[in-house]
Design a protein around this ligand. Structure first.
Ligand SMILES: [Cu+2]
Length: 68
């Protein structure tokens, strides 16, 4: 599955790395790619092992707001 999440507050390469790293640490996430200009992250994941809620929480834990 692939899902695009809208993430508020990402402004630089550090933000990109934080969000991508938090997602890639999760079981079931195979890839995460932040687009800073668009304010989005595209996540490739296995829905058997991870939920959208878990991904949202992981991003929020880094200090960013998410809209699905
Ligand atoms: Cu930043």
């Amino acid at each position: 599955m692939e899902k695009t999440l809208n993430v508020q507050g990402m402004s630089c390469g550090h933000c990109k790395a934080s969000v991508e790293g938090a997602l890639q640490k999760l079981d079931g996430v195979s890839a995460a790619d932040v687009n800073l200009e668009a304010g989005t992250v595209v996540v490739s994941y296995d829905e058997v092992n991870v939920t959208i809620d878990t991904m949202v929480e992981a991003i929020e834990d880094q200090g960013y707001d998410v809209t699905v």
